[in-house]
Design a protein around this ligand. Structure first.
Ligand code: ADP
Length: 356
């Protein structure tokens, strides 16, 4: 009974928040200057006001300033715990039956993989999410029974590959999105690994990450040009009223959003770049259509949005991390990323403010 009351209170509060703010959030995260940037005497072009966790300013090359607002801003000093503290309410709502999508968007080298995957010492959103889902499942075990499954896939040049194949020497399988009878999108043949504890999760995530590099001569290069998707499926059973739920949480490390230099635009790179541009703009179009409440949502314009269709709707929760670099050398890409994120959120950035 206590659980049912808590659950309906959570839903009521959540719906109230939706009324006020909508169910799309955009967080911005700026990485620290790296060793090379410090050595070359770079200073940060991103300015944060510590009292304003939702606002930042970019110092442009002509010293003018551009202001951007997001739902939350993380600066170089904010660690993985601080990021997860804000992300946790969104991801854990998958246990209440919501479909959820989280994306990391930005130029290569800005920390998309750091935010989502993290490192063994500084684990990211993916691992922390599973840890939290296990913790809450245990806490609710007298009223709810949950089963968790993990799938991992990659979208490269509009092709879907399963990253959780049993034999790591075997090239990953190619998969297709199929419309299921209930109007949801399924990926027949995709491996769904049942997970029972956090211990096995880290190994599983590592296996999936390693599979990304199969068949590629340069693992880092390929990973920046493909989208990596982790899908957590939650099957829930309410032990009091017998109600069953099945929901998906997608955690997506997107391909690098950078534009190619003019010299590089030929052959394979041109093809890859066109596929990336197409899928990132398709994703932007879907999110902005959802934010602006237009009737038609253009899911079918890319594999990525088609794949995510059932989890990227008005009844779902969406969170995008726009990742940026503080370096002056990346200024152009930083402004492009911030403009993209402002557009998807339906917020225009403010006029340039006077310096000082
Ligand atoms: P991307 O996935 O966007 O290409 P990475 O996640 O690989 O970028 O990050 C590039 C480098 O910067 C990595 O060495 C990563 O560990 C480091 N890095 C990124 N963000 C942070 C951060 N917030 N704090 C510390 N190091 C970071």
């Amino acid at each position: 009974k206590k659980y049912l009351e808590e659950s309906s209170e959570r839903k009521r509060l959540y719906n109230e928040v939706i009324e006020l703010k909508g169910n799309i959030r955009v967080f911005c995260r700026c990485r620290p200057l790296n060793q090379d940037e410090i050595a070359s005497g770079s200073s940060s072009v991103v300015e944060f006001d510590p009292s304003q966790e939702t606002e930042l300013q970019i110092i442009c090359s002509d010293s003018s300033r551009k202001q951007f607002k997001f739902d939350h801003i993380f600066g170089p000093k904010d660690n993985q715990e601080a990021v997860f503290a804000q992300t946790s309410p969104v991801v854990t709502s998958v246990l209440d039956g919501y479909n959820v999508c989280i994306f990391a968007y930005g130029q290569t080298g800005t920390g998309k993989t750091f935010t989502m995957e993290g490192t063994p010492e500084n684990r990211g959103v993916n691992y922390r999410t599973l840890e939290e889902l296990f913790r809450i499942s245990k806490e609710r075990c007298s009223t709810m029974k949950y089963e968790l499954f993990v799938s991992m896939l990659e979208v490269y040049n509009e092709k879907i590959r399963d990253l959780l194949v049993e034999n790591p020497n075997q090239p990953p399988k190619k998969l297709e999105v199929k419309q299921a009878a209930e109007g949801t999108q399924e990926v027949p043949g995709l491996v769904e690994a049942r997970v029972y504890s956090t211990d096995e999760v880290w190994e599983l995530l590592k296996t999936g990450s390693c599979a990304r590099s199969v068949g590629s001569t340069n693992a880092n290069e390929l990973s920046s040009r493909s989208h990596c998707l982790l899908r957590i499926t939650v099957k829930g059973e309410n032990l009091i009223n017998g109600q069953r739920t099945r929901s998906h949480l997608w955690l997506v490390d997107l391909a690098g959003s950078e534009r190619l230099g003019r010299i590089e635009v030929e052959g394979e790179r041109l093809k890859e770049s066109q596929f990336i541009n197409k899928s990132l703009s398709a994703l932007g179009d879907v999110i902005s259509a959802l934010a602006s409440k237009t009737a038609h949502i253009p899911y079918r314009n890319s594999k990525l949005t088609h794949l995510l269709q059932s989890s990227l709707g008005r009844d779902c929760k969406t969170l995008m991390f726009v990742q940026i670099s503080p370096s002056a050398a990346d200024l152009g890409e930083t402004i492009c990323s911030l403009n993209f994120a402002s557009r998807v959120r339906g917020i225009e950035h403010g006029p340039a403010r006077k310096q000082g």
